[in-house]
Design a binder for this molecule. Sequence first.
Ligand SMILES: Cc1ncc(COP(=O)(O)O)c(C=O)c1O
Length: 393
Amino acid sequence: MIPYGRQWLDEDDIRAVNEVLRSSFLTQGTKVQEFENALCQISGAKHAIAVSNGTVALYLACRVIGVGKDDIGITSAISFSASANCIVLNGATPEFIDISENDLNIDCLSLEKRLENKDLPAPKIVIPVDFAGIPANLPYIYELSKKHGFKVIEDAAHSIGSTYYFHDKWHNCGSCSHTDLAIFSFHPVKTITTGEGGAVLTNDDALANKLRVLSNHGIERDKDNFIRKDFGNWYYELQDVCFNFRITDMQCALGISQLKKLNTFKKKRQKIYKKYLKAFAGYEKKGLLKMTRYDENITDPCPHLFVIRLAEKSPVSRDELYKKLLKYDISAQVHYFPIHLQPYYMEKHGFKEGMFPVAEHYAKNCLSLPLYPLMNDEDVQAVIKAVSEIMEG
Ligand SMILES: Cc1ncc(COP(=O)(O)O)c(C=O)c1O
C-alpha cells in the first residue's frame, strides 16, 4: 500500500535515539536544548520551546497570550481541528474565515472584511495555517494585526522548511518575522518527525520564558529571583498551573538527526509535487480537476500535501476516486473536513452549512495524493498511472 504520507528514518536517526537510550537522561537532558537550538537555527526564530506535540504547542501559544473566556480567536475553516480546538480549550470563542481558491489558505480579504465590521468585537488572536506547506500571507495579516490589535499565531505544522519573499528578503515559516508566535508539528506524516512532537517559536523573551514554565506544569526555577534561594537548587515555585507537556530526549535526538535532512526532504518533496503538476496538467486544461500552483518568485515551499480538486466535469467524484485508488493499493486522504461542520462546532458554537462556501465546496472535492520523500520514481509513476486510468474511465 502506498500511503499518503510517512516518515523517512535512516541508520543515523536510529543511532541517535540509541545513544540516548544508553545515556543517563531519557528526559530533561541536554538533547532538548540541542533540538531547540537547531530549530532556532533553521527557522531564524530567537526562541524555540519543544513540546510533546503540535496540538499542545497551539494550546500553549494561545494561553501565553492570555486568550480566555471573553475572547475571540479566528482561524481558517480548512485545517486540522487542532487549529481551532486551541481557542476553545483556552475558554475563548472560535470563529472561522473562508479559504482562498488560489492557495487554500485563509482568505485575507474576507478576514479584513470581518475585522472592519464595527458590529463585531475584535478578535484576540488570528491563527493562519500554512496549508499543505504553502505560506499564508503572513505580512498582510501582521499588518492587519497592528491596525486591529490582535496577535498572530502561525500554524506552521505543515510548513517547516518553507520560505516566502517579502520586502527584498526571504523569510522562513516559523521565523516569527511577521507573527507573534509560530508552531511546528513533528508527527510522522509531517516533514521531519520525532514520533510525536511539536514546538512553539517566538522572538519575544518574556513569552518564551512563560512558555517554558507552562510547558512544565507551571514550575518556575528562576534561581536568581527567588526569595528562598537559601533553600538550595531543589526549590521551585508554582505561579501558574499547567500540564506536563515535555518532550523526551529520545524524541529530540531523533529531531536533531531529522533536521539535518530537511533540505534533502524539501528537494524530494518539491520534485514529486512538480511531477504531479506536469502529469495532471492535461486534466486541468480540460477542466476536470484543479491543482495548487505556487509562484516561485514569492515562495519556495516545502510541500506537505499534494491536493487535487475534482471539478464538476470530472468523470469521477472524490469518493469514487478515493475508493478506486484503494484497489490500486494507494491510500489517498482528505485534508480536511471543514472544522465548522464538525458536530462539536455545529452543536456547541452554532456553525451551519453554507457559512463558508469555498471551504465547503473544496472539502467535497479534494483528495491528497501520496507525497513523501521516501517515494521512489516507481511509486510516483504508479500513482500517476492509477489516477490517469481512473480519470480516463
Ligand atoms: C495544521 C495542523 N495544525 C496542528 C496539528 C497538530 O499537530 P500534532 O498532530 O503534532 O498534535 C496538525 C496535525 O496534524 C495540523 O495538520
